[in-house]
Design a protein around this ligand. Structure first.
Ligand SMILES: C[S@@+](CC[C@H](N)C(=O)[O-])C[C@H]1O[C@@H](n2cnc3c(N)ncnc32)[C@H](O)[C@@H]1O
Length: 214
């Protein structure tokens, strides 16, 4: 594991209980996130490719009940063993595994969809093609990828400090144009994109992208 990935993993191990506490019901207060995830669910189900989806970079597993309530069968993966421990504890009805999104534990073309909810924004530019290729490998043709991310100028910032837990890591405010291009280059066709300004304590605007595997 390279030093940046190790820093990210170690930081998220520290952040796991903080996230579980702060984000457990966050989706209830985020209508835009719910709407985009809901669109992802509707498109995925309408594709008729089954209900298996990956929650890629699942953190504490807070999306699993929402995806399941919409009719999908999510399985979560995350880099951080502590996030996975907390996800298994808080959402015992779902499957969770430790994995890097650049080496997903899913068979080729085995998923009807994959959601990467605020999990692609830690990758340096050089790692992004491999990540999108891996997502393209596991999603069935006709299936969907959905992602939410901090949106901006593509520059790297240091994240994590605001938690006050003594951790920090690189986070990129991703260019929506770049995200669409990355998805296209990997074999996805954009079907929806959107953005919104920062709300509440958010430090950045948010971007959303849904793309269909060609
Ligand atoms: C901001 S949290 C979001 C968690 C969850 N998707 C949610 O919306 O609550 C970002 C998560 O992505 C995970 N992550 C970051 N880089 C990853 C990678 N390369 N592979 C797998 N997970 C990763 C982190 O460990 C962290 O749990």
């Amino acid at each position: 594991m390279d030093a940046k990935t190790e820093e990210l993993r170690a930081a998220h191990d520290v952040l796991a209980e903080f996230y579980a506490d702060r984000l457990a019901d966050a989706l209830d207060h985020m209508p835009a996130d719910r709407a985009v995830l809901g669109l992802f669910c509707d498109l995925t189900l309408a594709a008729g490719l089954g209900t298996d989806v990956g929650d890629v970079g699942c953190g504490t597993g807070r999306l699993e009940p929402y995806l399941a309530a919409k009719g999908l069968s999510p399985r979560g993966i995350d880099l951080s063993p502590e996030m996975i421990r907390v996800a298994r504890r808080d959402h015992p009805g779902f499957g969770f595994d430790v994995a890097d999104l650049r080496a997903l534990p899913f068979e080729d073309a085995s998923l009807a969809g994959a959601a990467c909810w605020y999990s692609l924004m830690y990758l340096a530019p050089s790692s992004r093609p491999a990540a999108f290729s891996e997502l393209a490998r596991v999603v069935k043709p006709g299936g969907y990828l959905a992602t939410a991310f901090k949106a901006g100028d593509g520059q790297v910032r240091r994240g994590g400090r605001s938690a006050g837990l003594g951790v920090e890591f690189d986070v990129y405010w991703l260019s929506p144009d770049e995200m669409r291009c990355r998805a296209t280059d990997a074999g996805f066709a954009t079907v929806f994109w959107a953005g919104r300004p920062a709300e509440g304590k958010e430090g950045s605007p948010q971007g959303y992208l849904i793309a269909r595997r060609s």
